[in-house]
Design a protein around this ligand. Sequence first.
Ligand code: SF4
Length: 163
Amino acid sequence: MDLGATICLPKNPRCLICPFTELCEARQKGIQDQRPVLKPKKKTPHYILAAAVIVKNGRVLLAKRPSEGLLGGMWEFPNGHVDGDPAKGLSKVLRTGYSLKIHGKEALGVVYHTYSHFKVTVHPFRCKLVLISKNAGLKWVKLKELGGFPMGKVDRQISKLLS
Ligand code: SF4
């Protein structure tokens, strides 16, 4: 018998038909209404990210995610976690994560998404490219082909902000 699902119900324990009523300490102390003690709900982590939408000559710069893990092998706008002002954080994220230098950030909106274990708020910015490293592992994709690229929901939403 699953006692927790059928008898020892939160706020309404059915002590009169419970097989443990004689043994139950909560019942003896008269605090059965406070049983069962539920585990506090875990707070869902919430991450803030900034992403760069860099368009040049009808093409947009995308990064490929690692083949393992969440959204493995899919394409995304270069992005990273930021603290504080997303516009300020973006330059650092691009420099350290992709060896990219940009200027002229124009906010495109805000994208929200909830995954199974965390949620994200993403701030995409249209940027101008100043410098790109040869080994950045990025790809220029024709804007008209963007819709056919495998992407997660966040990046699909960002790509829709471009149209
Ligand atoms: S509080 Fe104790 S006696 Fe009452 S239903 Fe839960 S386990 Fe049974």
